[in-house]
Design a binder for this molecule. Structure first.
Ligand SMILES: Nc1ncnc2c1ncn2[C@@H]1O[C@H](COP(=O)(O)OP(=O)(O)OP(=O)(O)O)[C@@H](O)[C@H]1O
Ligand SMILES: [Zn+2]
Ligand SMILES: [Zn+2]
Length: 970
């Protein structure tokens, strides 16, 4: 039974590895195109260390082909250090003017080791791992757990779920799985298990897929003064733990002196070899010996060297065996535990337990390298986070990315699994989403973190932002669309880049260190765009796709989900586990920047958006950006004038008021009910938690708000105040509806006090065209209000004041807001007290759209009379030319101008035209002729993309991810 299962498992995985390898080779040839050696400072010559090359193998090429092969020993953003094989050292003379390519060569050793492990597994007949194989592959039930004596925990602060996991792991006979959701102290628990096992006299082989994870364990175990040995090339280990490497341990061992003596002997003899001495002409003794050489002597030298080398090898192996035997815990990457390395020196059955940490991120084949060396295994990890990285999509789908841990957790269910349930990282509100979405609601937040906020950090001010664990900045309805790049799969969204950078700035201004903030986005193009706009301002800020963050944490995390389009297309968006990792990196604050309307078509992201909507603060992008145009209007053609016949004749157009003086003297204050029941209080009766953009909003509870606002529009009221008790998503809807209807909508107040005021707009004179004949002059200056059932953007019939261009209104409003702010600055704080609550200065700056003065009814009267009076003459105040037949409509201000004044720049719309063009660029990612910025804006994106590919490749090489180590055994 087992053998058949093993055989089919092995056959399948050998095939999958083959697929994966082919894909890797293919990808490499794509990457190599961008890797030009002359981008790096090149250090030559670099000499290999003892024991031969162990890092990633690279080839150096010029146009003529391969010049040399070597190994990467160090990579920094500016410098790649390569150790070339000694034979090349003196032949290589690189010309700095020339361009070279450095290619990573196929990592054969890793594949060889993986295959070898699988084949050994297939052939395994009897040995310590026999019953483990039965349990892991043959579907055999694990043996009943053994009784263990009560423990004294080394780490007294373990929580109940951690203690339970330790007891469970120790008592299991073959298999124990420790499932550690984010921040639950999985490594803490694994360390305790190892300490206890060692106390019981066990020998432990401890592995993880990546060098960084292994180093982490070494560090944590070293604190407990354990006898540990870390396998692997010292150059690939963190400096702090290099002293635990086998090489370092050997250097301190008894045999070290003898080994050093032999080594010196070899060197001395070698110097007498003519081939070597030619390279060491400077050596005086070599020169002397050279004279005495003859063929016979030469062969004597060679023999002597051979003997010395043999003795050296024996001595070194004896010393290594001694060190390994003395160690209680041996640590290595999965592939580093291969039996073609130092572990071959140990007798079969030396280890009692194999521990594999981060097991859910390891290829199962790589786990079998250590697994075959013990009778019992303890696997730790979280299969709800990222699976092992694979290059071949096909192989991944066929099962290569299914980790051993995930497979077993599914097959055996709870009987072999213990889950850690107390997490020590996230604010409770951040944790709760992940807990519900992925961990069956099992997680609880430790009291030390449950309520911690950014504002609790030293040096961080208590602003609104630093008091929020969850913030959703919604671009739904704001027209901040993703870029459409036909030639690339990746997506970018410049509007989201702007929002992210405003939010980063708000946090940094409040005193949050940029190094405590991560910006995470699933699309690589967006990573590039974000870096372009943020990296220079905040060098410490980490901007990455999700993968680089696994296993790490940040005080604040900002997510940009990018997708925003009219079709509501999400296509590929990060998979659920990747989103889980992204959110759960955050300790105190998560901000999601997205188009809730588009993104809610992704089932899992919808749970996130819904959760934030219900439990977090929701703001619309309107609150951040003052030059955006509501999506609904962006595809409407400019309103056409032409009902000249309907326009009643009016009096002279009043002169434009000076900036900052829109409010006529004696204006009645807008309707406001401080302390009383706000007008919109009934809006609260129907809160809805469903996320959605404008269209979505229209379908559900937003109908209620729409109806209320419609009622308001039809009334004589100038202002409608919504209660602060509205949840933030409802507030967002109110913003959206008001925006659609061309109403002013302002948020004021802080936190729980935050409320929205919707008010009617005022057009500064010379104003919009007149209302249709017969309309009450007090009728609202708004487009016709759609009925609640209406599912299309409002359509203005010929009878309505369709000349009102909403875009213009929007911009007009912004202009007034600015004027108002300037006025306030001029007049001092007293002037601000007139209407709404005043917001802190900083916030005003950040959002641009804060407290504005309310329009007074006189404004409406003035507006209406202006409108009535707008006749067939040019829109420019001083110009009386007729526009009845030859006029041109300005799409920015919605007025008609004579042919001499129709250009935006001439009649005063230049700024708006510019804004509009910029908006279009950010919306459509297109630059139109004449803008003159194409080169600056697009090419860097491309360049950054290449840079990003390179970075990714380099990241891989540094071995943070799945180790592709191929340490060459001695
Ligand atoms: N019982 C405990 N009491 C207090 N703090 C704890 C406890 N267990 C873990 N922690 C803390 O929680 C943090 C995470 O612990 P650890 O590194 O062990 O987690 P992890 O699960 O391995 O993390 P990840 O899986 O996210 O990489 C550490 O700061 C650790 O000190
Ligand atoms: Zn204009
Ligand atoms: Zn004119």
């Amino acid at each position: 039974m087992t053998s058949a299962a093993v055989e089919s498992f092995v056959t399948k995985h050998l095939d999958l590895l083959e697929l994966e390898r082919d894909a890797e080779v293919e990808e490499r040839s794509a990457v190599e195109q961008v890797r030009e050696v002359n981008r790096f400072a090149f250090r030559l010559p670099l000499v290999t260390g003892r024991g031969g090359p162990r890092g990633d193998i690279v080839g150096l090429y010029d146009e003529s082909g391969q010049l040399a092969t070597g190994i990467l020993t160090r990579i920094t953003p500016k410098l790649v250090t390569v150790a070339f094989d000694e034979s090349h050292d003196l032949q290589l003379s690189l010309d700095r003017e020339n361009s070279y390519r450095l290619l990573k060569l196929a990592n054969d050793i890793t594949y060889k080791r993986l295959k070898k492990a699988l084949i050994t597994l297939k052939k395994y007949h009897s040995g310590p791992a026999s019953s483990l194989i039965e349990v892991l592959l043959g579907g055999a039930a694990p043996c009943p757990a053994s009784e263990i004596p009560p423990l004294t925990f080394c780490n007294a602060s373990l929580d109940a779920s951690q203690k339970e996991a330790v007891l469970f792991a120790l008592s299991q006979k073959e298999l124990a799985i420790i499932h550690g959701p984010p921040g639950t102290g999985k490594t803490t628990t694994v360390v305790e298990i190892i300490l206890q096992a060692v106390k019981q006299g066990s020998k432990v082989l401890c592995c993880a897929p990546s060098n960084i994870a292994v180093d982490n364990l070494v560090e944590r175990l070293a604190r407990w003064k354990q006898r540990i040995v870390r396998l692997g090339h010292p150059a690939r280990l963190l400096e702090s733990i290099q002293r635990h490497s086998l090489d370092a341990v050997l250097a301190r061992s008894d045999g070290a002196q003898i080994v050093a003596d032999i080594r010196r002997d070899i060197d001395q003899v070698s110097e007498c070899d003519p081939a070597v001495s030619a390279l060491r002409a400077a050596c005086a003794s070599a020169l002397k010996n050279k004279k005495t050489q003859d063929k016979r002597e030469r062969s004597d030298f060679r023999n002597e060297i051979r003997l010395l080398r043999k003795e050296l090898k024996e001595r070194e192996e004896a010393a290594a065996l001694q060190s390994l035997t003395a160690a209680c815990v041996v640590l290595a990457t999965n592939t580093g535990a291969s039996l073609d390395g130092p572990l071959k020196l140990l007798p079969d059955g030396h280890f009692d337990i194999v521990v594999i940490d981060e097991c859910a991120q390891a290829l199962e084949a790589s786990c079998w390298i250590p697994l075959l060396q013990a009778r019992k295994c303890i696997l730790a990890g979280d299969h709800k986070q990222l699976p092992p990285t694979t290059v071949s999509h096909k192989a991944a789908l066929a099962g290569l990315s299914l980790s051993l841990m995930e497979r077993l957790a599914e097959e055996h269910g709870g009987s072999t699994v213990r889950t850690l349930t107390v997490q020590y990282r996230m604010h409770g509100a951040i944790m709760q989403w992940a807990s519900q979405a992925l961990y069956r609601g099992q997680l609880t937040a430790h009291p030390s973190v449950a309520r911690h906020l950014l504002r609790d950090l030293p040096g961080v001010a208590a602003t609104e932002e630093t008091g929020l664990p969850l913030l959703l900045v919604d671009t739904a309805g704001c027209g901040l669309f993703e870029l459409e790049e036909e030639d690339d799969q990746s997506k970018g969204n410049p509007g989201e880049v702007r929002l992210v950078s405003l939010h980063v700035q708000a946090l940094v201004d409040a005193g949050v260190r940029a190094g405590d903030i991560a910006v995470i986005t699933p699309y690589n193009l967006q990573v590039d765009l974000l870096r372009q706009s943020l990296a220079h301002r905040h060098p410490e800020l980490e901007i990455k796709s999700v993968d680089g963050f696994q296993g790490r944490e940040k005080e604040a995390v900002i997510l940009s989900f990018v997708r925003s389009n009219r079709k509501g297309e999400v296509g590929f968006l990060a998979e659920d586990r990747r989103i889980n990792v992204a959110v759960t990196r955050a300790r105190r604050h998560v901000a999601v920047v997205c188009d809730s309307h588009t993104v809610s078509n992704h089932a899992f992201l919808k749970t996130l958006v819904d959760y934030f909507t219900e439990h977090g603060e929701v703001r619309t992008a309107f609150e951040y950006l003052d030059d955006i145009v509501p999506e609904n209007y962006s595809h409407e053609s400019p309103q056409v004038h032409g009902q000249a016949g309907e326009k009643p004749q009016g009096s002279a157009v009043p002169a434009r008021k000076a900036p900052g003086s829109q409010q006529p003297v004696g204006a009645r204050p807008g309707r406001k009910k401080p302390g009383g029941v706000p007008l919109g209080s009934k809006a609260h009766a129907q809160p809805s938690v469903n996320a959605g953009g404008p269209e979505g909003a229209r379908r559900d509870g937003a109908d209620h708000f729409r109806a209320m606002i419609a009622e308001f529009v039809a009334s004589e009221e100038t202002q409608l105040e919504f209660p602060a008790s509205l949840n933030s998503h409802d507030r967002m809807r109110v913003h959206q509806i008001a925006e659609e209807l061309g109403l002013r909508h302002d948020s004021s107040g802080e936190g729980k006090e935050r409320f929205i005021t919707v008010s009617k707009r005022v057009l500064p004179a010379p104003a919009a065209p007149p209302p249709p004949a017969g309309t009450d002059s007090k009728a609202p200056v708004c487009p016709e209000t759609p009925s609640p059932e209406q599912t299309e953007p409002p359509i203005r019939g010929p009878g309505s004041r369709d000349q009102l261009d909403l875009r213009a209104l929007h911009l007009e409003r912004l202009q007034r807001a600015r004027g108002r702010q300037e006025q306030q600055t001029r007049e001092g704080p007293q002037a601000a007290g007139s209407g709404l609550r005043k917001l802190p200065e900083k916030k005003k700056k950040a959002k641009g759209l804060t407290a504005m003065d309310l329009p007074a009814e006189e404004d409406f009267d003035a507006l209406v009379s202006a409108a009535i009076k707008a006749d067939n003459t040019c829109g420019l105040a001083k110009c009386t030319a007729s526009v009845a037949t030859l006029g041109q409509l300005c799409q920015h201000c919605g007025r008609r101008y004579c042919l001499s004044h129709h250009l935006p720049e001439i009649h005063g719309c230049g700024e708006r035209a510019h804004t509009h063009a910029r908006q279009r660029i950010s919306r459509e990612g297109v630059l139109y002729a004449g803008s003159g910025t194409k080169d600056r804006s697009l090419d860097p994106a491309k360049r950054a993309q290449l840079q990003r590919r390179l970075d990714r490749k380099l990241d891989e090489l540094t071995g943070q991810r799945r180790s592709k180590g191929k340490e060459k055994g001695k």
